[in-house]
Design a protein around this ligand. Structure first.
Ligand code: PLP
Length: 378
């Protein structure tokens, strides 16, 4: 038996007639770029998030890039962020010419530690860019209070957290801009690349709207350098079919997470993710910590039993070659470095069956018993 860490095809099979129908009608209609389905999806997504507007674009990476541009963040500016995230977060900061300033994460939440932010603020700091990692909302109350105190912008990286809530408000609508990814593995995924920004600020919405199409409000008139970053009409139509199911899928993820939490509670040698007190995680990943240097061995043992797991992320961003000029030595952000050697994401997607969850839990319990024997022997 093979248990994948993620299954891209199951949602297609579930919704095939509806999806085939909308895809065929877009193909027959011919308006493949900026067809009416794009605006329609943007309105539905804004209504789902409960914000003034969303503007779609062609990826979560571009959403971050466009957000930074819309906030006039560029050369000479610093943006405070986490080193324990996907490269897209700092790639966007670097591409606009700004410098990422890393703040270590909290070992319990895996998210940026808000208590360490203030000490990293300088005259050049323009924004804080928290990432709601694995679907878990950051402590937005503290982050927003710091931002207000120092007059900083807040750009939320919600790529892994569509639908997550912090104190009653969906993430992505709390800071100045929220950036979303519709990459297939995300909670709301399309069948290719896709992304969007969310904002309550009409000026930001307006600027992103024309930056994403070559920087021009009127066809063939270009005010500034922009991007070609439109969401395909086909992807927009697909996302409109999938959006009404998002809450139900997030609930299914939560049920799986709670099953894992309950069944793995007494397994030795691992630390389970904690449950958010002031919000709701959407469990894009269920990520455990494997202690005593046993992570890779546990992953191998699960792999031998056909259970696929993932390591997000094996190298924190401050130690990536691309950021070597920033001069963060090994040991400078110890929690992120520790997590990169310990984290293991278990199979997690809404359609994961109870039987597959049971097999996974059993395999981890058995492996953990074996690993502790080895450990005692050593
Ligand atoms: C935290 C985070 N930010 C940004 C992105 C970029 O999104 P995309 O792949 O749609 O460009 C991702 C995608 O994996 C992500 O996980």
């Amino acid at each position: 038996m093979k248990i994948p860490s993620f299954d891209a095809k199951s949602q297609y099979h579930l919704l095939a007639p509806e999806l085939i129908n909308v895809v065929s009608s877009v193909m027959a209609d011919g308006r493949y770029i900026m067809g009416p389905q794009v605006k329609c999806f943007e309105m539905q997504f804004a209504s789902y998030l409960d914000c003034a507007s969303t503007i779609s674009c062609n990826s979560g990476t571009d959403a971050l890039h466009l957000a930074l541009r819309a906030l006039n963040i560029g050369v000479g500016d610093e943006v405070i962020t986490t080193p324990f995230t996907f490269i897209a977060t700092t790639e966007a900061i670097g591409i606009v010419g700004a410098t990422p300033v890393f703040v270590d994460v909290d070992l319990e939440t895996y998210n940026i530690d808000p208590q360490q932010i203030e000490s990293k603020i300088t005259e050049r700091t323009k924004a804080i860019l928290p990432v709601h990692l694995y679907g878990r909302p950051c402590d937005m109350s503290t982050i927003m209070a710091i931002a207000r105190k120092y007059n900083l912008k807040v750009i939320e990286d919600c790529a892994q957290a569509t639908g997550a809530v912090w104190q009653g408000q969906k993430v992505g609508t709390i800071g100045d801009v929220g950036c979303f990814s519709f990459f297939p593995t995300k909670n709301l995924g399309c069948f290719g690349d896709g992304g969007a920004i969310a904002t309550n600020d009409p000026e930001i919405a307006d600027r992103v709207e024309y930056l994403r199409r070559h920087g021009g409000k009127i066809k063939y008139q270009h005010e500034e350098l922009g991007l070609n970053s439109r969401l395909d009409t086909l992807q927009a139509a697909i996302l409109s079919v999938k959006l009404p199911y998002l809450e139900q899928w997030n609930t299914a993820r939560k049920a799986i997470a709670y099953y894992y939490l309950e069944q793995l509670a007494s397994v030795a040698g691992i630390v389970l993710p904690s449950v958010v007190a002031n919000g709701t995680s959407v469990w894009n990943q269920f990520t455990i910590r494997v202690l005593d240097g046993q992570r890779d061995r546990l992953q191998q043992q699960l792999n031998q039993k056909g259970i696929s797991t993932m390591v997000y992320y094996p190298i924190p961003l401050h130690l990536q070659k691309v950021h070597s000029h920033l001069n963060y030595p090994l040991g400078s952000l110890p929690n992120s470095e520790k997590l990169s050697t310990e984290v293991l994401s278990l199979p997690m997607f809404p359609e994961l069956s109870l039987f597959e969850q049971q097999i996974t839990v059993e395999a981890i319990s058995q492996a953990s018993a074996n690993l502790s024997c080895i450990h005692e022997y050593v």
